[in-house]
Ligand binder design. Structure first.
Ligand SMILES: *Cc1c(COP(=O)(O)O)cnc(C)c1O
Length: 358
């Protein structure tokens, strides 16, 4: 059996959820498990968190239905609401909570016949300019939802574009836009994603929406004391399947992008970009083998990559390799490969997930 696998530590997931709670006194926390829980497996993650989580958030009804089919009874928020009005029947049937981010969705609710009133999270565009209602439309939309008779509860929400930049004033500007837009409305609010949970404790939020931090990755580029307490959930590992000794001047891998500057000992690892390891990781990207840090060499291929064993004599055929996890942080590899941990996790495929800690 191919030795590549992703170990998922559900105890660490619960620890990180509790850290989100601790960083948000008095707030409730929806665990964001969209995109198959950022590659960690939405059903298993939801099952591991269900006893303590206030609810879950996903991107679309397909993801929400998968959770319900697996027996998850907790509240589930659809972060983009419905894409077509005919999803409303299922939303009602399964008690999904529904973001309304656009006027067309508001109109669809007004025109729908719903068997039970909806829980709507009304989204304001406070400055990210992706989805969300324009501030001038916000209060009218709120009043129209109330008047429709089809809504039991409204939560006011918005989303930050730059909360991961700790010295950037844009989040405060977005809060000011949000506060102005919701003036006079006495509804619960939800603003904070992971970077705001960890880095912006003074921003109010009755509901927080932690995503990446649940999986143990920092959303920040710089060190941060709370982020330092996160525990990585996923360890992507494989084994050395071939070892070779090369003299100086020999090319390694496709395109001869790496040429040995000296005699070297090289390990071939069963891991490639078809597993989601970033093809753009450069020579020098960190890996761990036999407990020692070493480096990637040459181009990543589809199913294999090469690492430097020259200074790791204890490593050899069959040695375990950590591509990212508790030693090689996904954020560290992401920085080396010019991407973000979110994308590393979401790109995971082919590799079997092995769970522990539930
Ligand atoms: C994905 C998402 C989140 C979670 O973001 P993280 O940065 O992973 O914490 C929160 N809110 C919304 C609206 C999202 O789409």
């Amino acid at each position: 059996m191919r030795p590549a696998r992703a170990l998922i530590d559900l105890q660490a997931l619960r620890h990180n959820y509790q850290l989100a709670r601790e960083a948000s006194p008095g707030a409730r926390a929806l665990a964001v498990i969209k995109a198959d829980a950022y590659g960690h497996g939405a059903v298993r993650c939801a099952q591991a968190l269900e006893a303590e989580a206030d609810g879950f958030a996903v991107a679309c009804i397909e993801e929400a239905l998968e959770l319900r089919a697996a027996g998850i009874r907790a509240p589930i928020l659809l972060l983009e609401g419905f894409f077509e009005a005919d999803e409303l029947d299922l939303i009602v049937e399964h008690d999904f909570w529904c973001v309304v981010h656009s006027l067309w969705q508001l109109e669809a609710i007004e025109q729908a016949t719903v068997a039970k009133p909806l829980t709507v999270w009304l989204k304001l565009d406070s400055g990210m300019h992706r989805v969300g209602l324009h501030p001038k439309d916000y209060q009218p939309a709120y009043q129209r939802l109330l008047a429709s008779g089809k809504v039991a509860k409204i939560v006011l929400m918005s989303h930050f574009a730059r909360a991961d930049e700790l010295s950037c004033s844009r989040s405060d500007e977005q809060v000011a836009v949000f506060e102005a837009a919701r003036q006079g409305l006495s509804a619960e609010i939800s603003l904070r994603n992971s970077p705001a949970v960890l880095g912006w404790p003074n921003i109010p939020s009755d509901w927080v929406r932690p995503g990446i931090m649940l999986y143990g990755s920092t959303p920040f580029e710089e060190p941060h004391p709370l982020a330092a307490r996160l525990q990585p959930v996923m360890t992507l590992e494989s084994k050395v399947i071939c070892v070779r000794e090369l003299p100086a001047g020999e090319p390694v891998g496709y395109g001869a992008k790496f040429v040995t500057p000296r005699p070297m000992r090289i390990g071939v690892v069963a891991m490639g970009y078809a597993d989601g390891y970033p093809r753009h990781a450069p020579t020098g990207a960190p890996v761990l083998v036999a407990g020692q840090r070493t480096q990637l060499l040459g181009r990543v291929s589809m199913d294999m990559l090469c690492i430097d064993l020259t200074d790791v004599p204890e490593a050899g055929l069959g040695s375990t390799v950590e591509l990212w996890g508790k030693n090689i942080l996904a954020s560290e590899l992401a920085a080396a490969a010019d991407t973000i941990p979110y994308q590393l996790f979401c790109n995971l495929r082919r590799v079997p997930r092995v769970y522990s800690g539930d």
